[in-house]
Design a protein around this ligand. Structure first.
Ligand code: ADP
Ligand code: MG
Length: 708
């Protein structure tokens, strides 16, 4: 939104001096008020401008106390004649009596000890709140109060109106913020320049930016505020989408990727490596991908599909196309275990071929690393698999044709840009394919990945069986392990996951003690392996391999096995202290089983104590649809939490709400795409202001610097 939204939602400068002026210098803002405003981060006029009300209240006209009725939201004024503190601990409350002539109104505040300093005998106050009958008289609990005698003359009685409620604090309440807004903002609003043309706004029934702020701060009736808010939310979304599309247009026009060859022969050759037929769903995604890769326009595609939907082969196909064309390919995974798994799995599929696969993780010795880097530069490695170690400066490819990022949600926009830059040749860039198994709600996909084309693998390979999910309390643990033991004895394999490695608190299960407990108890005689991030990669690989072959039947692990681990014979997933895991995480963990044809089981052992945790566990237990769960997660936690904004690289929105404003988002996305189609660099003279604001708001997060 205008000059306001940069990464922290605030830009450092604003073009008009009236907007950038310090609040402390405004008439009527004394040092104390200025400090109180500053405690909320409000030091400049435009800070206040963008400090939007969080909601609005309909205020009745002020009435004499004697005329008030019970169970109504009322406003009244009078003098405080008595106060007292009563009760203790959780029952502590502060009581006051407000009189106007003969009328008496009782006031009470619970757990708000600071009201003692705000409401004192002799104060002239206007109070607002809901009346309740208490004995013979009326009482308002937790009333909002406003001093009438603070600045000399007493404020006149108020008529009925819609009143903004501002985000406030103990130091400064909404009424005081409102008063400053009323005196400072009207003048400031007049100088706000709009970056969108009038016609454009008229077509969309949107008010001007200035009008939108006026409606949000000073609504005349109930419809005003939502109209203002709508424009401000749209504005945020549009600026972001314009940034995204700008970047995308630049990529398409300024950079070239190698157009990879594709033929029936190449196709047959690659498929012969897989050992199974691709599903129609995989084939559909593949054809979209092949169409991308055979062009010079750099591919920028997101392949999403629930856990176990078979994304790896699609990635491998793309990588082998690069190799067939004489180029290299890279696959970046978020964890070492996953990188190791990919290297092992892809190595198996390519056994006996001429394709050379390398693995680069942080765990490699310096000598190994040097050798790998050398091979890479000389073109002696065709496919390099690794972790974010791939992003370090020294990694250089001879000719990187395809770069794959697995589990994109773990990486940000930024990492994508870095991997892209691995191709040395100026103006040349690899095709980029990102994969995610954490299904992304549509609204978020449009936002975070607005610059990506999206393909979805929406069906799993055949022969999978439904996973039964059970939610149990810790007192049923023994029963769970006893039952699992019966199945282990029949040759099945199990994962047990705990949040910690070693025992920290008594409430949280930990891998090491748990493995010991099982080995000496219910699972005596079972081959149990232990897996976590602190083990040496060599030991880790050996353990995984034993689990794969069945030499180990049970793997007790941390969430290092959360993504990518693929052992079809594993049929049981037992998660300890399940309340400690996020919803997406639980779904991912569950996805480690149900990959073969034996019915699989997932047991969540948990003692949730918060509403959120209960909601999470119940959601996982009641649905195995990753997309539904992602929407749910989004609802429970909100977008910022689901993909921490630091990771996602997307600026948080201050006004727009990605759950409620999906329609606005769709509109903003379409409008931005149209706009950039007409003006690819956003550089027409009448677009200068718009361009500046896009750059200020999102330039850094989106890496628009190279766009010019
Ligand atoms: P994810 O989408 O979670 O990354 P993977 O690519 O790891 O899934 O695939 C999961 C399992 O399904 C692997 O064992 C893989 O070999 C197998 N698989 C993938 N595609 C097919 C297919 N078309 N038919 C049979 N099995 C398949
Ligand atoms: Mg995968």
């Amino acid at each position: 939104m205008s000059e306001t939204a940069s990464q922290d939602g605030r830009a450092s400068d604003a073009p008009h001096p009236l907007l950038s002026a310090p609040l402390a210098e405004q008439p009527g803002v004394g040092p104390k008020l200025a400090q109180d405003l500053a405690s909320l981060g409000l030091t400049r006029v435009w800070h206040l401008l963008t400090h939007l009300p969080m909601r609005y209240e309909r205020h009745e006209a002020e009435a004499p106390v004697a005329e008030l009725e019970p169970d109504r939201i009322v406003s009244a004024r009078g003098t405080i004649t008595a106060t007292r503190l009563a009760g203790r601990g959780r029952k502590a409350r502060y009581e006051a009596v407000l009189m106007d002539g003969d009328g008496r109104l009782d006031l009470v505040w619970f757990n708000m000890p600071f009201m003692r300093d705000k409401v004192r005998v002799g104060d002239r106050l206007r109070v607002h709140g809901k009346t309740k009958q208490r004995g013979p008289g009326l009482q308002i609990a937790n009333a909002r109060v406003e001093r009438l005698d603070a600045e000399g003359e007493e404020a006149p009685p108020e008529d009925e109106r819609v009143r903004p409620v501002y985000p406030a604090s103990e130091r400064i309440n909404s009424a005081r913020i409102e008063k400053v807004a009323q005196s400072v903002l009207p003048g400031a609003i007049e100088v706000i320049e709009d970056h969108l043309p009038e016609d454009f706004l008229r077509e969309r029934r949107m008010p001007s930016l200035a009008e939108a702020y006026r409606l949000a701060h000073f609504p005349d009736d109930e419809e005003d505020a939502p109209r203002g808010r709508r424009r401000l939310a749209y504005d945020e979304l549009l600026l972001f989408q314009l940034g995204v599309q700008l970047k995308r247009a630049h990529l398409r026009t300024a950079l070239r990727a190698p157009a990879l060859k594709h033929s029936a022969e190449i196709d047959k050759h690659i498929r012969s490596r897989f050992g199974f037929e691709l599903t129609p769903s995989q084939d559909k995604v593949l054809s979209e991908l092949v169409a991308d890769l055979t062009r010079e326009v750099p591919t920028n595609r997101l392949v999403q599909g629930d856990v176990g939907s078979g994304k790896t082969v699609v990635a491998l196909y793309a990588m082998l196309m690069a190799v067939a064309g004489g180029h290299q390919a890279a696959l970046m995974a978020p964890t070492e275990i996953l990188a190791e798994q990919h290297a092992a799995g892809i190595g198996r599929m390519l056994e006996g071929s001429k394709v050379r696969v390398g693995l680069l993780t942080g765990a490699k010795s310096a000598a190994d690393r040097t050798a790998i880097l050398e091979d890479l530069r000389e073109g002696r490695i065709d496919i390099l698999i690794g972790t974010h170690a791939l992003l370090t400066d020294r990694v250089r490819f001879k000719s990187l044709g395809v770069a794959i990022i697995d589990e994109q949600h773990r990486f940000g926009v930024h990492q994508r840009a870095m991997l892209r830059a691995k191709e040395d040749d100026e103006g040349s860039t690899p095709h980029m394919v990102v994969m995610t198994a954490t299904p992304i709600p549509r609204s978020l996909a449009l936002t975070l990945f607005g610059d990506l084309d999206v393909s979805t693998i929406d069906r799993k390979p055949p022969g999978r069986t439904e996973i039964k999910t059970r939610l149990v309390t810790p007192d049923q643990r023994t029963k769970v392990y006893r039952y699992a033991r019966e199945r282990l004895d029949k040759g099945e394999r199990a994962f047990v996951v705990a949040p910690a490695i070693e025992q920290g608190s008594t409430e949280t299960a930990a891998v090491e003690p748990l493995a010991k407990e099982l080995a000496q108890g219910e699972w005596r005689g079972v081959e149990i392996g232990v897996l976590h991030g602190q083990l040496h990669p060599r030991d880790r690989e050996a353990t995984m391999e034993k689990f794969r072959t069945g030499a180990i039947q049970a793997l007790v692990a941390t969430t290092v096995i959360e993504v990518g681990v693929d052992v079809p014979e594993a049929t049981m997933m037992i998660i300890e202290s399940a309340e400690r895991f996020g919803l997406a995480q639980l779904h991912q963990l569950r996805g480690r089983v149900g990959r073969g044809d034996t019915p699989s089981l997932c047991v969540l052992i948990g003692a949730p104590t918060t509403d959120d945790a209960v909601a999470r566990l119940q959601a996982v237990a009641s649905s195995s649809d990753g997309f539904k769960l992602a929407e749910k997660d989004f609802e429970i936690r909100g977008p910022g939490e689901v993909f921490g904004s630091r990771q996602s690289g997307a600026a948080p929105f201050r006004v727009a709400d990605l759950v409620r404003d999906l329609e606005l988002l769709t509109m903003a996305r379409r409008d931005a795409a149209d706009w950039i189609r007409r003006s690819a660099a956003l550089d027409a003279p009448d677009e200068a202001l718009l361009r500046r604001r896009v750059a200020k708001a999102h330039g850094e997060a989106l890496g628009l610097a190279d766009v010019g």
